[in-house]
Design a protein around this ligand. Sequence first.
Ligand code: NAD
Length: 468
Amino acid sequence: MTLMHTINSVFEAQQKHKYTLRNSNATQRIEKLTALKNSISKFEREIYEALKSDLRKCTFEAAVTEILFIHSEIDFAIKNISDWMQPKKVGKTISNFLAKNRIYYEPKGVCLIIAPWNYPFQLMIGPLVSAIAAGNCAILKPSELSPETSSIIARIIEDCFEEEEIACFEGDAEMSTALLTLSFDHIFFTGSTNIGKIIMTAAAKHLSSVTLELGGKSPVIIDDTANLAQAAQKIAWGKLINAGQTCIAPDYLLIPEKLQDVFIQHYIKAVKDLFFKDQQTIDESVYAKIISQHHFDRLTALVKDALKKGASAALEGHHNTQKHTIGPWVLTQVPADASIMKEEIFGPILPMITYQTLDEAIQFINDKSKPLALYLFSQKRTNIRQILKNTSSGGACINDVLIHISNPKLPFGGINGSGTGSCHGIFGFKTFSHERAVVFQSRFNMTSLIYPPYAKKNWVLNLLHKIM
Ligand code: NAD
């Protein structure tokens, strides 16, 4: 059997099975989520090992950002699923004031979920939790760049689901391309902006709906009222967790010129306190590796290009090609035409840009594509309001970084260049549901008042003008 035959036969089986799942109730969906949760617990040790092998993630970081994250997403769905599934009553209008008006949440059907490699477990299973809660079938395609985690995901899926319900196809771009020829009811893609465009183009052929969770250059702004020591510690953590390979990592820093030198001192101290064994050596037991030779070369080339174009290194990161380790870098005086200011960095390099006025900082952000996250360190309300009102981003944190992703009561997603649609909690449930408008008309046919013939119906028009 060729690959396409196998894919087609699973897809067709899911297309049939989706009608059974449409009728599943909250208890049945909770059973599926519980089975998934149990299987994750059963394979927990192997998941940690896989994350260590793929990215050198330490157990603590893997627990917080991948496994516990998913457990809490599942628990949150289990607790709220009955409520989410309930048809929602909405108000009446004059045209159907005797009718009952409801929004029904129906599953989209058969969904494709494609994941990246940087949080390879969380970003594959998180959307799956929402897809199951909403009553869908799904085909999963993990990233080939995190092969150990991809393999453990495939084993977990096989452990608790039949292929007609949830199936996992491991592989690279060729596998994605083959899957994208099918007419999925929804495609949920997490990955880079460039591949996002390919996904959207493929989806357009079938008019499949899409959610795109993409990346971008997320700025962090420090104003002259910020607590610099605290900001430096938080930014160092947000920038260097997973060696900067985080979609919402602060990408670059905007700071008033007079604060730059003091901030650099705080940042270097924070970096060493958090990720170094001693003043000179990175503690590789808590510092992730760069995922591949390609990304290692890409990052070192970004630094080289910036230095060549006039940037200065305030902190030089130690490189180890064999171990794929790149230490934390800080760059100042970075020219706008350096590649590092044009593309998402996705690594442990922090370029610093100085500004004179907040308006200048705002203009700098708005000249780029809308970012996935925006961070501001400030104690001044008017500055916070000014930045929030005059910029746009998927999400934002004031006086912190990353933590907005951890609350399932908040939507998580980008806007335009950083994505479309959202996930987590009810937002993920709605992403995988179609909101169907349903009107239950009353026995009295009031609508006939607006049927032809219209002669002698001026009084209806007059009445409508008055009350509408
Ligand atoms: P990527 O776009 O290279 O790959 C993502 C997935 O797409 C992988 O499964 C890959 O196999 C597949 N793919 C690759 N080429 C393809 C093609 N031509 N056609 C179809 N599918 C293809 O992204 P990545 O390098 O795995 O991840 C890093 C990117 O993901 C960064 O830009 C980061 O910001 C973004 N990201 C976003 C979020 C979010 O939640 N918004 C989370 C994590 C990562």
